[in-house]
Write a protein that binds this ligand. Structure first.
Ligand SMILES: Nc1ncnc2c1ncn2[C@@H]1O[C@H](COP(=O)(O)OP(=O)(O)O)[C@@H](O)[C@H]1O
Ligand SMILES: [Mg+2]
Length: 255
């Protein structure tokens, strides 16, 4: 469904991504896990065709990001690191605006507005100005704009950052529910996040994919590298993979 092939991205002389490849299958939740600065946002910006890579490419549902960027954009919903909201608009007004930009109109438009209002739990702030709503609601409205056109693929950049524990649980539940019919790639620097919701994990560090697979596959790989601990947690695997490059204390469970 999503195939990322040898992506390299340079900002001037700085190599933000180096030969990054991974795949996501249909209706899979893929967690892109890595410390701050690993290159997660860069990878997502390339997948959403916001940035063009220095080399390599990716296919989303058979459409190539370089050859057919408009088809790719139609197919994906994107929640950037900071939700792209207009604070002066009311929630309803903003989502109507996004829906129209996505080409929806008439009864389909009303139907999708109703759907995101309920699915994202934003009924109570529907008529509120976005400048007045809490961070948790802003994130939900951000998710609603990513979902308004019912895309097959969702790309979510750190979707739970800045939310309180209850809000995090709510968003995780929603992401899991959405994965029944969508393919989802989300990024995070928080281990529990991938443990809680990802079917498969791509661990990225300093622009390089250091491991990928299910948690079980990552554990098997770590054992093959000589890790002897009985119950290998994702944290153990992460530390083992990143230790030569980064200091252990950068990756505590509760950053
Ligand atoms: N527009 C840019 N120009 C130069 N360097 C950038 C730019 N965007 C990101 N970087 C650098 O690329 C690296 C990866 O950044 P990013 O993709 O945002 O990582 P992450 O999302 O994993 O925190 C960082 O070192 C960042 O400073
Ligand atoms: Mg980022």
């Amino acid at each position: 469904m999503i195939e990322v092939k040898s992506l390299t991205m340079r900002y001037g002389n700085f190599v933000a991504l180096s030969n990054v490849s991974f795949q996501a299958r249909e209706r899979e939740i893929l967690g892109l896990l890595g410390p701050n600065g690993a290159g997660k946002t860069t990878a997502m910006r390339i997948l959403t065709t916001y940035l063009y890579p220095t080399s390599g490419t990716a296919k989303i549902d058979n459409d190539d990001i370089l050859e057919n960027p408009l088809a790719v954009r139609r197919r994906i919903g994107y929640l950037p690191e900071t939700a792209p909201l207009y604070p002066d608009m009311q929630t309803e007004e903003y989502l109507t605006f996004v829906a129209c930009a996505r080409g929806l109109n008439g009864s389909k438009l009303l139907e999708r507005l109703r759907w995101v209002r309920e699915a994202c739990g934003i009924e109570s702030i529907w008529k509120h100005s976005i400048s007045e709503i809490s961070k948790g609601f802003r994130q939900r409205v951000g998710l609603a704009q990513a979902l308004i056109h019912d895309p097959k693929v969702l790309i979510l950049d750190e979707p739970t950052t800045g939310l309180d524990p209850l809000q995090i649980i709510d968003i995780r539940k929603l992401i899991k529910e959405l994965a029944k019919e969508k393919t989802i790639i989300f990024s995070t620097h928080i281990l529990q996040e991938v443990e809680a919701i990802a079917d498969r994990i791509v661990i990225i560090n300093e622009g390089v994919v250091v491991s990928q697979g299910t948690q079980q596959e990552l554990a098997n790989e770590a054992r093959a590298r000589g890790e002897t601990k009985e119950d290998l947690s994702l944290e153990d695997i992460f530390i083992d993979l990143l230790r030569p490059r980064k200091r252990k204390e950068s990756f505590t469970r509760n950053p």
